[in-house]
Design a protein around this ligand. Structure first.
Ligand SMILES: [Zn+2]
Length: 128
């Protein structure tokens, strides 16, 4: 007999819902990456334009700050994208919705709010 249901926390209906949510989240995240990349390019370009006049440019340091800020947002968005891809793979191989720390099912309510969540709420809050 099939053992594939072992550990599967979600009903087929919930799996279908999660697939949609993951897909929607992925689209939003891709748009975010694209928009942040445009911001990044704009900052780099404007920095290149003022580079020759750097010491007279009062915005030199704020440009560096802005660049670091956009970079960190971009990192976050890309790591979220990777999490979504992992979640999608787990959905396909039947391990989605199982906490990767304790192996217990993650509450569907939590997954609907955070489709890329890898751990249950207990493990997530216990994390230091
Ligand atoms: Zn857990």
């Amino acid at each position: 007999m099939a053992e594939r249901s072992q550990g599967a926390a979600l009903s087929p209906a919930d799996q279908a819902i999660m697939r949609d949510l993951l897909g929607a989240d992925r689209e939003r995240t891709l748009e975010r990456v694209a928009s942040l990349t445009r911001d990044w390019d704009a900052i780099v370009q404007s920095a290149a334009l003022v580079a020759t006049d750097d010491e007279h440019d009062p915005e030199g340091s704020s440009t560096a700050f802005e660049r670091a800020h956009v970079q960190s947002l971009l990192d976050q968005a890309q790591s979220h994208l990777a999490d979504l891809d992992t979640a999608m793979e787990r959905l396909n191989d039947g391990t989605y919705g199982v906490c990767e720390r304790c192996g217990r099912p993650v509450a569907v309510e939590r997954l609907k709010v955070r489709p890329a969540a890898k751990t249950c709420i207990t493990c997530a809050t216990a994390r230091r």
